[in-house]
Design a protein around this ligand. Sequence first.
Ligand code: FMN
Length: 176
Amino acid sequence: MAKTEVGPADNVPETLQALAHPGLLLVSLDRRGRPNVMTIGWGSVGIYWGQPILVVPVRKSRYTYRCLETTRDFTVNALPRKLADLATFCGTVSGRDHDKFAEADLTPSPSLRVKSPIIEECLLHYECEVVHVNDLVPKSLAASMLGSAYPQGDYHRFFFGQILAVRAEENLRRRL
Ligand SMILES: Cc1cc2nc3c(=O)[nH]c(=O)nc-3n(C[C@H](O)[C@H](O)[C@H](O)COP(=O)(O)O)c2cc1C
């Protein structure tokens, strides 16, 4: 597959579309250096501190939460449409007791600028280094959202990742 390095803002509409459906795949390393992948359906691409930043919200119950605290970098990857079902798989089982890369037949491949790998089968890859974290403040959130998103109090930590590299497949739009 022909992938080229592109700018951080070159594929924002495609990224938000994939985030909404089927979800994007967030990859980090556990403390033993094994890659783990989980699905995210929320997040944003923007500019903070004059830098391109991708923000990913990860609940404290996720194995990925521990991985991000250890590795302090991550990749975010967009699946081709034909593999969209894998977003459900990666978003319903945990890396605590599953090797999701092996079970989903996904290939971890070296990133250009971070330790966490990209997913070879995906079409778009963001490589990010954690530069800031921010915990949700329950009393500052609208009551309607607090009730619907956090009935058990499993709050998000927002990981702000400086985007250090983005690679995209040439025919990305047709295959997402
Ligand atoms: C479509 C979809 C979107 C999801 N979005 C998020 C998200 O934005 N943040 C989050 O913490 N969990 C989200 N999840 C749940 C995690 O992906 C799920 O709990 C996963 O099994 C965690 O894996 P881990 O324990 O290996 O980290 C989502 C799941 C699905 C299916």
